[in-house]
Design a protein around this ligand. Structure first.
Ligand SMILES: N[C@@H](CCC(=O)N[C@@H](CS)C(=O)NCC(=O)O)C(=O)O
Length: 214
């Protein structure tokens, strides 16, 4: 069965993208240009009616939602250690993955796309300003996790949590949050980015790691 990942540069799809590379998987990367609204083109909506990346296709299976995709890849490539294999360590990693996906990530959506939450332009500015401060606090929680990383967020192997941390910290730069203000996360993210497998995903997406502009 052939694997295909629909992704957009710099988007949350970096999590499965780098996970596929870490697993050494053979897959077809399919670029979706969000700024050109390709996610709302009829051909793409036929694949994912929610008009979002990422989508993982494995033969006849179409899988969406990052936690589900990560669990699927973890099951398919157990030796990669994208998540801890069992026990409380696995439960804790899933706890953090769910929180990154259902709390930190949507908070950034309020920063980046406040128009999703109100049509009122003045209210959009207020939503964004408030969300930046909430986001700063959430990155602070990731910083506390990074301070305890041993050496990666879910233990001895780099995996999905480190990939999400990279994505979320990078987005912080767009929100005016200096990655240097979160030194443990920034060090972890740079170590993760330097792994050859992760570097391949970064290169394919042409990502600049630090997008903070003073
Ligand atoms: N909960 C979804 C979130 C997916 C998501 O927010 N994708 C964003 C990119 S980070 C997207 O495709 N946005 C395009 C849009 O909403 O138009 C998941 O886990 O996959």
């Amino acid at each position: 069965m052939s694997l295909k990942l629909y992704y957009a540069p710099g988007a949350c799809s970096f999590v499965p993208h780098s996970s596929l590379e870490l697993a050494g998987a053979t897959f077809e990367p399919a670029l979706i240009k969000l700024h050109k609204a390709e996610q709302r083109a009829p051909e793409y909506l036929a694949i994912n009616p929610r008009g979002q990346v990422p989508v993982l296709v494995d033969g006849d299976e179409v899988i969406t939602q990052i936690p589900a995709i990560v669990l699927y890849l973890d099951g398919k490539f157990p030796e990669a250690g994208l998540l801890p294999a069992s026990g409380v360590a696995r439960t804790r990693a899933l706890q953090t993955l769910a929180w990154m996906n259902n709390t930190v990530h949507p908070t950034f959506t309020h920063v980046f796309m406040p128009q999703k939450f109100t049509a009122d332009e003045a209210a959009q500015k207020a939503v964004k300003a408030h969300a930046v401060e909430v986001y700063r606090g959430l990155l602070g929680e990731i910083e506390a996790l990074a301070q305890k990383a041993s050496p990666w967020l879910s233990g001895d192997k780099p995996g999905a949590l480190d990939a999400y941390a990279l994505t979320l910290l990078r987005w912080g730069g767009f929100a005016g949050i200096d990655p240097n203000s979160l030194p443990a996360t920034w060090a972890l993210v740079q170590r993760f980015a330097a792994l050859p497998a992760v570097a391949r995903a970064i290169e394919r997406e042409r990502l600049e790691l630090n997008v903070f502009k003073g």
